[in-house]
Structures are given as structure tokens and as C-alpha cells.
Write a protein that binds this ligand. Structure first.
Ligand SMILES: C[S@@+](CC[C@H](N)C(=O)[O-])C[C@H]1O[C@@H](n2cnc3c(N)ncnc32)[C@H](O)[C@@H]1O
Length: 243
């Protein structure tokens, strides 16, 4: 229970009854990690133009990028290398990244500025709350979730970000025909993702075999994917479109 809740409510249940939204299980452990000088400088110099704040509430996606190009949302972009690469390669799209790890956000902004990328903005915040509070319904053409933390142990599976509620929240934010693209190097997580997506209403599997899709060329190799390759892991891509 947070200090704020402790002060004003007896229990989480009471707080929830009063309409206060409280997350009990999170998909990440906040690692503070030190910022490098470059990351700190990038955050200071470019947050104004590239940063988005959860506290500002619902985004006006029409005016955000000064054009109405389709919007791609990436959840958990890590250090942002593959996200910046994608944004640079697709100036006809707009990208919004969401990541909780501040050094990763700093690194992403530093790289985007260095590469002159104009079509990318980022949140340093929990994606679950960003989805709930900042992303309008029917506004995204693609949502990408690449190598989410696998939470290997069964007792930790409740921390996995892909759950029925999450899948439904994503569906609401996608436009009709929009695509939810996931990739993981952990077979059990891939199987659970597939089960959640097959159970969810309002999605169509884009796989010809009704399970996984071949690795799309549009997805650059991510840091975690390279690590997975070194460890001899397989990779599973899933793509579902909103009906
Ligand atoms: C295993 S890493 C993968 C990073 C990157 N996608 C890659 O493939 O290299 C998972 C990332 O998701 C981030 N993450 C986990 N839960 C999150 C959440 N609820 N909101 C935003 N980011 C989250 C973590 O901080 C971490 O950087």
C-alpha cells in the first residue's frame, strides 16, 4: 500500500470503492540505475520536444505530431535502439514509446536526437497507466510489445504484462484493422500469449497456421533478441488484427 493511500484509506479495497485506481501487481521492478552524462543531457535538452507526461492526461493525437500519420505504440522499448531504427526507417508513421526505466528513456532520446528523428515521442511511465489515462480509443495503427519481461517462475506469471485485461485494453486503443504485434524468446510465454489472444474477443490471428507468424522484416533485431540468440533461444512472433 502506498504512503498516500495509507494516510487517507484503511484498506486498498476501501480506496478502490471510492474509485481510486490501484495496481497491486506490476510487470516490472523499478531499477533506479544511474543515468550516464549523455542520457541526463538528452533528457534535459530534449524532454520538451520528445517527452510525454502521464500527468497531462489524454493525448490529442491529432495535434501531437503536427500531422495525421498513423501511430505506432511500443511498450517496453528498453534502451530504444530498435525503436529509433524503426522510426527513422518509417517517416510516414508516428511512434510513441513507453518505458519505465529512466536510463533507457534517456538513451532512446539521445539516439533519436543524434539521428534527427522527428516522428517519435516517449513516456517514462507504466504502460498500463499510460494506456488507461493517455491513449484515446481507436487511435493506434499498431501496438508492439517486443520481448516483455518473461517472469519465468510460475508464481510470478501474474506479473506478466500480457493478461486478458491488457489484451482488451490494447484492443480498445487500436483502430479497426490495427495490429497488435508481440515477440518473445520464452516458449511458455509465447504459448500463454497465444492462449490469451485466442480467448480474447474481437481479434483475428494473422498467422497462416493459426499460431505464430514468421519474423517480419519490419522488426529490427532488439537487444534482448540478440541476447536470446546467443543463449540459443527460439523467437516467437504473434500478430493479431482488431476486427
Ligand atoms: C526484457 S526488456 C525488453 C526491452 C526491448 N523491448 C528489447 O527487446 O530489447 C522489457 C522492458 O519492458 C519494460 N517494462 C516492463 N513493464 C513495463 C510497463 N508496465 N510499462 C513500461 N515498460 C515496462 C522494462 O523496463 C524493460 O525495459
Amino acid at each position: 500500500m502506498t504512503e498516500e493511500i495509507k494516510k487517507t484509506h484503511k484498506t486498498i479495497e476501501e480506496a478502490e470503492q471510492e474509485g481510486k485506481y490501484i495496481r497491486k501487481v506490476r510487470s516490472f521492478v523499478k531499477r533506479e540505475g544511474r543515468l550516464t552524462k549523455g542520457q541526463e543531457r538528452a533528457l534535459n535538452e530534449h524532454w520538451e520536444s520528445m517527452g510525454l507526461n502521464h500527468s497531462d492526461g489524454l493525448l490529442d493525437t491529432g495535434s501531437l505530431f503536427g500531422n495525421d500519420n498513423p501511430i505506432v505504440l511500443e511498450i517496453g522499448f528498453g534502451m530504444g535502439k530498435s525503436l529509433v531504427e524503426m522510426a527513422k526507417a518509417a517517416p510516414e508513421l508516428n511512434f510513441i514509446g513507453v518505458e519505465v526505466h529512466k536510463p533507457g528513456v534517456g538513451a532512446c532520446i539521445a539516439l533519436a536526437a543524434e539521428q534527427g528523428v522527428q516522428n517519435l515521442k516517449v513516456f517514462e511511465h507504466d504502460a498500463i497507466e499510460v494506456l488507461a489515462d493517455c491513449i484515446p480509443e481507436n487511435s493506434l495503427t499498431t501496438v508492439q510489445l517486443f520481448f516483455p519481461d518473461p517472469w519465468h517462475k510460475k508464481k510470478h506469471h501474474k506479473r506478466r504484462i500480457v493478461q486478458a485485461d491488457f489484451v482488451e485494453a490494447i484492443r480498445q486503443k487500436l483502430i479497426v484493422g490495427g495490429v497488435f504485434h508481440m515477440a518473445t524468446d520464452w516458449e511458455n510465454y509465447a504459448e500463454c500469449m497465444l492462449e490469451d489472444m485466442q480467448t480474447a474477443q474481437g481479434y483475428k490471428n494473422l498467422s497462416a497456421t493459426n499460431d505464430y507468424v514468421p519474423r517480419p522484416d519490419s522488426r529490427p533485431l532488439t537487444k534482448f533478441e540478440s541476447r536470446g540468440h546467443r543463449l540459443g533461444h527460439g523467437v516467437w512472433d504473434l500478430q493479431f488484427s482488431k476486427l
